[in-house]
Design a protein around this ligand. Structure first.
Ligand SMILES: NC(=O)c1ccc[n+]([C@@H]2O[C@H](COP(=O)([O-])OP(=O)(O)OC[C@H]3O[C@@H](n4cnc5c(N)ncnc54)[C@H](OP(=O)(O)O)[C@@H]3O)[C@@H](O)[C@H]2O)c1
Length: 258
């Protein structure tokens, strides 16, 4: 049976740097970048395999991320892989609170798409509309990430998406069962502090019985450990990455990689 278009979504890879004590930034958010130059190259290499990069509003504001392609060498990789020159840039901002003066708006490149909830204040939405190439409004209460991903696939042709946090967005992605792969760079630092953000933040019990990951693949470079897990569900579909997947039928095998 051919899958309904609305059931299709991109393959989703969450990519994060984490300290040895499980933090992704300091409590006061003073330190937000702490991976090595190699880790940064790994991030750009991963982006070079993706049609789109996804981030939460606070990450975009606090880190000044512009979600580009990482420069000429990575651009060439994208072209060789048959991708556009730059990944589509997608920012989640339920209340449309994304700062109109954030660095991302000043960085020329690929289109910027903002995903907002239907309850976002009209004024905030109006401020973003002239800046963004598209503002997607969730059809149901809150922000339905599943529908958003289906729209990104149908409207923008996004088959492979890299989600780069932060913890609030990641938690929602895990909670909605929308993560196929988790890549973590474990960095030789300890930040400490109850208030320091982690890979998946939110209220206690948010993930119920936990989001389950399969067997890790690990590489060690310098002081860093690079770990990749597929979700148990993705692994059960033979662990093939980079392919469109159907939400409707978890057992359906994805198409071949590109
Ligand atoms: N170490 C790393 O690899 C790494 C990577 C990324 C980020 N970080 C760190 O993580 C921190 C930011 O994380 P964070 O958790 O505070 O923020 P975040 O996830 O980047 O952004 C949170 C905002 O995104 C929107 N959002 C996220 N999920 C949503 C959902 N399900 N529904 C509706 N809106 C949603 C909301 O915007 P509205 O307020 O507009 O509703 C929310 O306030 C920063 O300190 C950053 O440095 C670290």
């Amino acid at each position: 049976m051919t899958p309904d278009k609305s059931d299709l979504r991109p393959w989703v890879v969450v990519n994060m740097a984490m300290t040895a004590d499980g933090k992704i930034a300091t409590a006061g958010r003073e330190v937000t970048t702490f991976g090595s130059p190699r880790d940064l190259r790994a991030l750009y290499s991963l982006r070079a395999t993706a049609d789109a990069v996804l981030c939460g509003a606070r990450t975009v504001e606090e880190t000044g991320a512009t979600l580009g392609n990482g420069g000429e060498a990575f651009l060439r990789r994208r072209i060789r892989a048959g991708l556009s020159e730059m990944p589509l840039r997608v920012v989640v901002s339920g209340r449309a609170s994304l700062d109109p003066s954030a660095a991302i708006w000043k960085a020329k490149g690929s289109p910027i798409v903002v995903l907002i909830s239907s309850e976002a204040p009209a004024g905030a939405r109006k401020r973003l509309e002239p800046l963004a190439d598209a503002v997607w409004v969730s059809p149901s209460k809150g922000l339905d990430l599943k529908s958003a991903l289906a729209w990104l696939r149908a409207r923008w042709g996004v088959q492979r998406l890299v989600c780069e946090g932060g913890g609030s967005l990641n938690a929602a992605m895990f909670r909605s069962g929308l993560v196929d792969e988790l890549r973590v760079t474990l960095c030789p630092r300890v930040f400490g502090g109850n208030a320091s953000p982690t890979i998946a933040d939110g209220s206690p019990g948010i993930l119920g019985n936990a989001f389950r990951l399969g067997r890790p693949e690990m590489r060690c470079h310098g002081g860093e450990l690079y770990v990749t897990w597929k979700s148990v569900r993705a692994e059960s579909t033979n662990g093939q990455s980079g392919k469109p997947r159907s939400l409707a039928d978890g057992s359906r095998r994805p198409a071949p990689p590109r």
